[in-house]
Design a protein around this ligand. Structure first.
Ligand code: SF4
Length: 369
């Protein structure tokens, strides 16, 4: 069917900056649709200077002819959803189905705001294990109630014609029937469209990372009211849970130390050693344990006084590391790794599920992620 008055039809597309959503937008632009992009960021994005998905979105928009872009930073509402997703988690703490539902609903709000007629995504049937198989897509459509106006141009032929196709705004014959995990067809299409600058497909957000997922699970277990601020801390350094007392983050390098300095909130305790050692942050009442861990990872030079700057809110004090803490600090990780401990390995990190400290009180004292 030929398209009719396509130029006056607006569509809102979820643009991640990856190749699939860029191609989906390209297909619709070629049919004369006015494409408006919406891009979401969350505290769980994996953006780093080397892998800046935010920069990828800017590049994608430029390659699409500088289409309008709306950026939405997901916050508390998203965190609440991650804590209690209606449709469960994937292999980590990734609630992909609820995540898609939330983003499509938000895109719909934007669609109404600008008077657009339909939504589209870069989803490819069968490409991602949790949210892109047929039952998941049908579930997402049922939950949003927007299935009839949610077009998936790359896999359109696997689904019944949507409203924009039935109305003739979009020519279904020019849409695609891609499916599965292979990316070869998309890469070939990118070549045809001269789309040359796109990121490698990422494996999802940080919620799919098993180590981060363990930290977040632990955080939810021990926190009545989760905060975005704390979630940002979970992505930095070595993370320790001290039973009944609080949590500790030890920086692994200078960058992480600076990150902890910039993230420290009004009620966080920041420890900056005045000798060669890692910046350490703790919450709760675990000063001694934090000092022990700081010292364990420190490399003080001979004769350097073991003194630390302790900041909390507006208060700042210089404190010496007590003798007893100095003794424990040398042994703390060796104790954790004693042969009778039960350890679960998660990549290069480990979780201690049982620990018997030297004072003889059994139980989980340190949990290290
Ligand atoms: S991987 Fe993360 S960002 Fe992607 S759908 Fe799943 S939860 Fe959402």
């Amino acid at each position: 069917m030929a398209t009719t008055n396509a130029a006056s039809i607006k569509a809102v597309g979820l643009l991640s900056g990856g190749l699939d959503s860029t191609l989906a937008a390209r297909l619709l632009l070629d049919q004369g649709i006015s494409v408006f992009a919406i891009n979401f960021t969350s505290p769980f994005c994996t953006c780093t200077p080397k892998n800046a998905s935010c920069a990828s979105v800017i590049r994608a928009v430029a390659q699409l002819g500088n289409i309008p872009l709306k950026r939405v930073a997901l916050g508390e509402e998203y965190l609440a959803m991650v804590r209690q997703p209606a449709h469960g988690y994937g292999r980590g703490m990734n609630p992909c189905i609820d995540c898609r539902i939330l983003k499509i609903r938000k895109a719909h709000e934007y669609m109404r705001e600008i008077g657009a007629s339909f939504l589209f995504t870069g989803e490819v049937l069968g490409q991602r294990p949790m949210s892109q198989h047929r039952r998941a897509i049908e579930l997402i459509d049922r939950s949003t109630g927007l299935g009839d106006i949610t077009l998936r141009p790359l896999s359109a032929h696997y689904f019944p014609p949507t409203l924009p196709e039935r109305k003739g705004w979009v020519n279904r014959d020019k849409l695609l029937a891609l499916s599965g995990r292979s990316r070869k067809p998309q890469i070939a299409l990118a070549g045809q469209y001269s789309i040359i600058d796109y990121p490698c497909p990422a494996g999802g957000c940080r919620l799919t990372d098993p180590v981060f997922a363990e930290r977040l699970r632990d955080y939810f277990e021990h926190t009545a009211t989760p905060r975005l601020h704390d979630v940002r801390l979970l992505g930095v350094g070595r993370y320790f849970r001290i039973r009944d007392k609080g949590m500790i983050v030890v920086a692994r390098n200078e960058n992480e130390g600076n990150r902890l300095r910039s993230l420290a909130g009004a009620s966080d305790h920041l420890l900056e050693p005045l000798f060669s050692g890692p910046v350490t942050l703790f919450q709760g009442s675990c000063l001694d344990e934090a000092l022990e861990l700081l010292l364990h990872y420190a490399l003080p030079k001979d004769g350097q006084p073991l003194v630390v700057r302790h900041k909390c809110g507006e208060e700042e004090t210089i404190i010496p590391i007590p003798e007893a803490v100095q003794r424990n600090g040398k042994d703390i990780i060796n104790d954790i790794l004693a042969p009778d401990q039960r350890l679960t390995f998660v990549f290069d990190s480990f979780i201690v599920t049982e620990y018997v400290p030297r004072n003889g009180i059994p139980g989980v004292l340190y949990k290290h992620f």
